[in-house]
Design a protein around this ligand. Structure first.
Ligand code: GRG
Length: 283
């Protein structure tokens, strides 16, 4: 199947489900949540949940609410990442960041509300997922977010700003702040698709490698746009290693991700397509 077509179809379905699960009232907090989530976004993480589940024979309907949950969490991290006390960004997805469009207090609260909504959506009756599966999904998401995942990665990056870093530290930060959530998305799909131990381990490896490649590509795109220079105190793989080395590292991770899929044969077609998309994307 054409990967672009697959993305377009899933994005439409995910956006509808997100719309349905976001608050509808016209108060400022609800509007801010909707502004951030429904504005734009590539929807990579929810697509990974659905694609991994489908590869193992799981139903798309079963994966849809966990997919929405992961996108809500992702939006929460973006909102907090953009705040003046973190990366202090004025624009995201081609428009004002939430604290600029509203204000800082609303942005902090909308982020908090999205995180809580994500867990509520995750435990909702989701195409009949049984309670023990739902507990596993909650465990996955909370582990990806905590001190060994996003929060830990972000804290480490901020605390080391301005210092000389080595490659192992950079890779550790990228694993936590970006690859943890991407890998969790793949693992959610695997759990929904009733993956066995081997399948889960291979898909975890796939998720981690595409996650690292995704962050390096993000750095490459930021560098090419000239943005990396403006934010020179922030971590960027290209500024550390050089453009060619960054491209090589992203490519190597994509190769390793694809190797993890070999076991699945033709069933891995969509996940292979997503790996290629990550390395060729232009935004
Ligand atoms: C308190 C759980 C918690 C998190 C806050 C702010 C923070 C800790 C972590 C930052 C994590 C972060 C934003 C990493 C960057 C990952 C990244 C490259 C995001 C961009 O993802 P895209 O390109 O975004 O998929 P779109 O806009 O397409 O959705």
């Amino acid at each position: 199947m054409d990967i672009r077509e697959y993305f377009e179809k899933r994005i439409k379905e995910i956006n509808l489900a997100l719309d349905k699960n976001l608050p509808k009232s016209k108060d400022m907090l609800s509007m801010a949540m909707r502004y951030n989530v429904l504005g734009a976004g590539k929807r990579l993480r929810p697509i990974l949940v659905i694609a991994a589940a489908q590869m193992l024979g799981g139903k798309k309907e079963k994966a849809m609410l966990p997919a929405c949950a992961i996108e809500l969490v992702h939006n929460f991290t973006l909102i907090h990442d953009d705040l003046p006390c973190m990366d202090n960004d004025d624009y995201r997805r081609g428009r004002l960041t939430l604290h600029k469009a509203y204000n800082e207090a609303v942005a902090v609260l909308a982020g908090d509300a999205l995180l809580n909504l994500a867990f509520a959506v995750l435990v909702k009756e989701s195409g009949g997922a049984n309670p023990s599966i739902r507990i596993k999904l909650i465990e996955e998401v909370s582990n990806a977010l905590g001190v060994y995942g996003l929060v830990g990665g972000q804290a480490k990056e901020i605390s080391l700003r301005g210092q000389e870093l080595d490659l192992a530290v950079i890779e550790d930060i990228y694993m936590k702040k970006t690859a943890a959530l991407i890998s969790a998305a793949v693992r959610l799909g695997a759990i929904i698709g009733n993956a066995n131990k081997k399948e889960l381990s291979l898909l975890t490896s796939y998720g981690k490698h595409i996650g690292i490649a995704f962050q390096i590509m993000d750095d490459i795109l930021e560098f090419m746009s000239g943005e990396a220079k403006r934010k020179e105190d922030e971590l960027n793989y290209v500024l550390f290693m050089g453009l060619e080395e960054a491209k090589e590292a992203a490519g190597k991770n994509i190769e390793l991700a694809k190797e993890s899929l070999r076991y699945f044969g033709r069933r891995g077609e969509i996940l292979l397509g997503i790996a290629d998309y990550i390395i060729t994307r232009d935004h």
